[in-house]
Design a binder for this molecule. Structure first.
Ligand code: PLP
Ligand code: COI
Length: 341
């Protein structure tokens, strides 16, 4: 599937950066946000001592715009991204970009890049990356006073190569090393600290890490870029309860879908790693990961195999229902879908 206008082969897109026409920028100075503009300039010029460069004061969000079966362009629960970014900013001592303006800016960026929204059925979508960073000079350890908020858009395909083919995880023998208790926010620093474990996992032939809680190293937390769900032998959907994982919007939605669309029991609770071998299905969930089946998990000498051939039965139902809601094939719960065009 090739776009005549943009010369992009949508169905062969991976998860990478493709420059689109417009991005949104707004600056916070003297205690207030300016009006914000769309710009074609994809570069950012920074002071050498900007808070983001010295003390990593930066955070981001991840969301998508989808082309639906009837040709509309929609976003999925953008209010929850706006709220999570506000929570992250509070924790990082950054100015909060007002949530109504966040949604308005998302709408502006999508509308300005409509030709980059992949067609229905291509398997691709338009990924949106709202982000913010401390922009003025700081040298003592303290928060910046000026911030820049931006959103760019880039068309993406599947996060893991092979789309819905099962992936493999390993439990690393070191922590993600995010400062304890801050994994629940989308701070750039948390991702920086996960780069070493992820490169190490890739070098050893795994797609991702399954992190355990850093205090006792006995309970399942999440992976570097997605939450985890499991399915029990009696078809209950369970997911780890923890204050140090990112509260995934996809996961919250899947738990709702499990209960209200599929009539399954859904439970958020602590999950000891020793229980993982008892589950019949495992999958990663997130905006980028969507719902990616996990085929095996390795922890030292122990290997747990769920099956590397195909997506499990319940995972498939969850996947079909969630993507059906996002692409307009299945009626969404009230307030989940924001129509942009
Ligand atoms: N956990 C981490 C560490 C992530 O980076 C993401 C991606 O945003 C998620 C979970 C999934 O969150 P969401 O479903 O809101 O995209
Ligand atoms: C997302 O799913 O949007 C994420 O943030 C995951 C990853 C690309 C960092």
């Amino acid at each position: 599937m090739i776009s005549a206008k943009k010369d992009i082969d949508w169905s062969s897109l991976g998860f990478g950066y493709v420059k689109t026409d417009y991005r949104y920028v707004s600056n916070f100075k003297d205690g207030k946000w300016d009006d914000g503009v769309l710009t074609t300039d994809e570069t950012v010029t920074l002071h050498e001592s900007a808070g983001v460069l010295q003390y990593a004061q930066t955070c981001f969000e991840g969301m998508k715009a989808y082309r639906t079966v009837d040709g509309k362009v929609v976003c999925f629960r953008p209010d929850l991204n706006a709220q999570r970014m506000a929570d992250t900013c509070e924790r990082l001592e950054m100015a909060v970009f007002p949530q109504d303006r966040f949604i308005d800016a998302v709408e502006k960026v999508v509308k300005a890049n409509l030709d980059f929204v992949p067609p229905y059925g291509s398997g691709a979508s338009l990924y949106l990356r709202p982000y913010m960073f401390g922009s003025n000079a700081v040298i003592g350890v303290k928060p910046a006073e000026e911030f820049q908020f931006r959103i760019f858009a880039t068309p993406v395909g599947p996060y893991f190569k092979g789309g819905v083919k099962p992936i493999s995880l390993r439990v690393p023998d070191f922590d993600r090393a995010a400062p304890r208790g801050t994994g629940h926010i989308k701070a750039g620093l948390n991702y920086a600290m996960s780069l070493h474990p992820i490169v190490d996992a890739h070098n050893k032939g795994f797609n991702e890490n399954m992190y355990l809680d850093s205090k006792t190293r006995t309970k399942v937390e999440e992976t570097g870029g997605a939450n985890i769900i499991f399915v029990t032998k009696d078809n209950k959907v369970v997911t780890p309860k923890s204050d140090s994982i990112l509260p995934s919007i996809t996961r919250r939605s899947l738990m709702y879908v499990a209960e209200h669309y599929l009539g399954l029991k859904a439970e958020e609770r602590e999950i000891p790693f020793t229980e993982v071998k008892e589950f019949k299905e495992c999958a990663l969930c997130g905006t980028a990961a969507v719902l990616s089946p996990v085929g095996r998990v390795v922890n030292g000498d122990e290997e747990i195999v769920f099956g590397m051939d195909s997506m499990g039965e319940i995972t498939k139902k969850l996947y079909d229902t969630l993507t059906g809601i996002q692409m307009g094939r299945i009626e969404a719960p009230e307030g989940w879908i924001k129509v942009i065009s």
